[in-house]
Design a binder for this molecule. Structure first.
Ligand code: NAD
Length: 392
């Protein structure tokens, strides 16, 4: 009887696991099912562009059916409600239930609100295509409202968190807001674009020189940085910072941090601070028939620090998981996970960026960084057979 492989999540880890396992097994050796909340594979590294209206939805939301065409993968769109690793059953909110011989957990991460009062209720986030569409619609709506109301809170945009998500979003907004304002008869000089960061600096993964480069470029386009100032509370449209100052704004986007996926954290496998622990073959340390790919797992570097949860890591994990499930079914030796890091690139709007690439962290600024980021996206799309989206 052929085996059942069940993949939960159609992001970087899940899609690559599906593509990889089917390329390592011949048809009939296993049934592969992938379950995802939406029918699309979302390029979340490009969501900031969608949130500012700088790219079409089609360019960042690729139909899973199309990417898995000819791969003999059953694509199920549904909301996963329960994962029972004892009885090996996964339940969906529509009552459907799926069993498995091998399970891949690739459910990504969730927004971490750190228990800050009022934050979740009063902020937007940027984790999915839906979220990005909401941000864009909201931003346009506020500019239109300001044209009539002239209320400063309609013209004030607050981004909470100066990590890669927050900075890439603010860069894109800084580039797109002038046109949105023009179209609606608003003077861009009236707009306040504020990025609030708890730590003394934004983007701590880069050198002081690159950080300075990023801040100068964004400040020149109207971004105001408030650093060493954690958001401590949000009440309605009033954001309070640690020093007691308040900002009144009808747009608060929270990009202040991520945490493991709660379904994974609570399903009974071993976890470390909410993220599944894995062996060198990316199997759960407590349940070897459960494999992990992406942000919902934690992988430790040889020196003991966890790797940051990035798309490049999720992609590589997914590929190895696919190969290792096939190896387990064939009775051959699994391979160890040896991630390769191509570096970190941050876009700072349409034409600017910074990056530290390769093993040695060669620094890029401006157009080369921006082009490298585009090339890295094209390389990924080509790898998953999604290059056609560049036409959108
Ligand atoms: P993050 O955790 O990397 O950054 C969140 C930032 O918010 C931190 O700088 C933190 O100090 C700040 N913060 C936390 N609490 C705060 C508070 N109360 N008030 C104000 N600021 C606060 O989160 P992220 O940027 O969403 O990134 C998540 C992961 O995704 C990271 O591993 C990142 O490398 C990856 N990512 C990569 C890219 C890229 O490669 N271009 C883009 C986006 C995300």
């Amino acid at each position: 009887m052929s085996k059942e492989i069940l993949i939960l999540g159609g992001g970087y880890g899940g899609l690559l696991a599906a593509q990889s396992v089917t390329s390592h097994l011949t048809t009939g050796e296993a049934n592969v099912t992938i379950i995802n909340r939406s029918s699309t594979h979302q390029i979340i590294t490009e969501l900031h562009r969608l949130a500012a209206g700088n790219v079409s939805e089609k360019a960042v939301a690729l139909p899973l059916e199309k990417l898995l065409k000819k791969k003999n993968v059953n694509v199920v769109v549904g909301e996963i409600q329960s994962i029972d690793v004892q009885s090996k059953k996964v339940g969906l909110s529509n009552g459907a239930s799926y069993g498995y011989d091998a399970l891949v957990l690739a459910l990504g991460s969730e927004t971490n609100y750190f228990g800050i009062p009022g934050l979740q209720e009063n902020s937007l986030i940027l984790k999915s295509v839906n979220d990005a569409n909401k941000i864009f619609a909201h931003v346009v709506d506020r500019v239109k409202a300001y044209a009539k109301s002239k209320a400063p809170e309609d013209a004030t945009f607050v981004i909470g968190g100066g990590g890669l998500t927050g900075v890439e979003l603010v860069g894109e907004l800084a580039d797109e807001l002038p046109a949105i304002c023009r179209e609606n008869g608003v003077d861009f000089a009236d707009i306040k674009l504020k990025l609030v960061e708890a730590m003394p600096t934004i983007l701590p993964m880069f050198s002081p020189d690159l950080i300075n480069r990023a801040m100068t470029s964004l400040q020149a386009r109207g971004v105001e940085f408030l650093t060493s100032l954690p958001i401590t509370e949000v009440k309605g449209n009033v954001v309070t910072l640690k020093d007691g100052q308040t900002i009144t704004s009808n747009t608060i986007v929270w990009t202040g941090g991520v945490q493991g996926n709660s379904l994974v954290a609570n399903c009974g496998i071993e976890v470390n601070r909410g993220r599944a622990t894995v062996n060198s073959a990316l199997q759960s340390t407590s349940h070897p028939d459960v494999y992990l790919a992406g942000d919902c797992a934690v992988v430790f570097a040889p020196e003991g620090r966890p790797y940051p949860p990035t798309a490049q890591l999720a992609w590589q994990m997914g590929e190895l998981v696919g190969a290792n499930i096939a190896a387990a079914f064939k009775g051959t030796k699994p391979e160890d996970f040896k991630p390769v890091f191509s570096g970190t690139l941050a876009s700072l709007g349409r034409k600017d960026g910074i990056g530290a690439i390769g093993e040695t962290g060669i620094e890029l600024r401006g157009t080369p960084a921006s082009l490298m980021k585009k090339a890295s996206n094209a390389r990924y799309l080509s790898h998953i057979n999604g290059l056609y989206t560049l036409a959108y």
